[in-house]
Design a protein around this ligand. Structure first.
Ligand SMILES: [Zn+2]
Length: 93
């Protein structure tokens, strides 16, 4: 099973923020739950000494929440696509 945030957690179904390495709801991550390509992920911590609470706080608890909604890049992409489509149609006619 390969899961890459953002999306719904395959374990509990909670939304997982982009770039998150673990689910904020149930704590599933690429060790305990979903699998993702962990090459170079830098998560080679020993399981015994792994403080999950501080990990979650580090990942999700600091700073403002990421903005909800559509990132401006998608607006730009959409407008560019619309312009290209319009140009293609005009050329055909
Ligand atoms: Zn979850």
């Amino acid at each position: 099973m390969v899961f890459r945030p953002p999306g719904d957690c395959p374990v509990c179904g909670a939304p997982v923020p982009p770039r998150a390495r673990a689910c904020p709801e149930c704590g599933a991550d690429d060790r305990s739950g979903w699998r993702e390509d962990d090459a170079g992920s830098g998560l080679d911590l020993p399981d015994d000494g792994f403080d999950y609470d501080s990990f979650i706080r580090e990942e999700f608890g600091t700073g403002p929440a990421p903005p909800r909604g559509i990132h401006p890049i998608w607006w730009i992409t959409g407008i560019l696509l619309a312009v290209m489509l319009a140009m293609a149609l005009l050329r055909c006619w």
